[in-house]
Design a binder for this molecule. Structure first.
Ligand code: TMP
Ligand code: MG
Length: 294
């Protein structure tokens, strides 16, 4: 099938592609341009982190905090209610993004209001992450270390919580100098207590606006017009909208949940769809190919 691009992992049973030939062509032109023209843009929750482990759901950044001992039982109940209302909407393929957008803003706003009431202390976040079930996908060491070794910039673009996300990758030993994070950061007062969230809210459907607010970052990376994008939601597709003079983009989508209902829309918008694949095997194989290690 893929006669020129030798990436056996693209034949894994978890891999689906609408147009494998096109993927091959894009990868070929990217490898020709060289890895010094490549940048990686990835979502965090359920993209770099696992969706499930041993049949049990893994936490998002928000869940890490929600499930911790920093949150009162009453507040935990309320956050769980929100999750039960809004998560089914997030993954509902019968509703349009336009219809979901205001509801997602509502979810994030209500959740952040509840978190702010909990007077969360900054100095306890490391412990919260250490005691959580947070799990990066299998193969994360190769992913982060290889990008670092080849000086390929990695932008983690997350609607989760930046302070938690950073702590997860720090504790995993992979928060290297080539990693940059766009996310929702907590605003602490002088005594280290959470008072608000900083800046413009990032939710799953406004990553395009988030990208366009950060033109400086993309300006710095203007010599890297070849993009590898990784996400798990259709909202993640706009994360590269700020990239300047883009030449090639390969979009890899993790389809974790509601597979049959959502497969077609994922195939229509992501170049490579990974169905219930808890590993970074395929992105890693592509990175090795792009850096000439294969
Ligand atoms: P992202 O993966 O696109 O960056 O989005 C963050 C995820 O966080 C999204 O899948 C929904 C989830 N989330 C929670 O789990 N709890 C919450 O309270 C909120 C607001 C979001
Ligand atoms: Mg996600």
């Amino acid at each position: 099938m893929l006669s020129n691009v030798k990436i056996p992992e693209l034949s894994n049973p978890s891999v689906y592609m609408k147009n494998p030939k096109r993927v091959q062509e894009i990868l070929q032109s990217m490898v020709k341009a060289g890895s010094n023209t490549v940048q990686v843009i990835s979502d965090f929750d359920m993209t770099l982190t696992r969706f499930a482990f041993n049949g049990k759901r893994c936490p998002t950044c928000h869940n890490i905090l929600d499930n911790s001992k920093l949150i009162s039982e009453d507040c935990k109940e309320k956050l769980k209610e929100l999750l039960n209302i809004y998560y089914p909407i997030e993954i509902d393929s019968s509703r349009s993004i336009e219809e979901k957008l205001p509801l997602m803003v509502e979810w994030w706003t209500r959740a952040h209001e509840l978190l702010v009431q909990q007077e969360i202390r900054k100095d306890l976040l490391a412990m919260v992450v250490r005691e959580s079930d947070a799990m990066l996908r299998d193969g994360y060491q190769l992913f982060f270390n290889h990008l670092h070794e080849h000086s390929i910039p990695l932008l983690i673009f997350s609607a989760g919580i930046g302070d938690i996300l950073e702590e997860v990758i720090l504790q995993a030993g992979v928060f290297h100098s080539n990693v940059k994070v766009f996310s929702n950061y907590m605003d602490f007062d002088e005594s280290g207590v959470l008072r608000a969230f900083k800046g413009e809210l990032i939710h799953i459907y406004n990553k395009r606006e988030g990208a366009l607010l950060n033109t400086g970052h993309f300006q710095e990376l203007r010599t890297r017009p070849n993009v590898l994008l990784m996400g798990d939601s259709l909202g993640d597709l706009t994360m590269a909208d700020g990239v300047q003079d883009m030449e090639n983009i390969v979009k890899i989508g993790f389809l974790n949940d509601k597979v049959e209902e959502r497969k077609q829309s994922y195939l229509d918008s992501y170049d490579i769809v990974l169905v219930k694949d808890e590993t970074l095997e395929v992105p890693n194989a592509i990175l090795l190919y792009l850096t000439g290690n294969k």
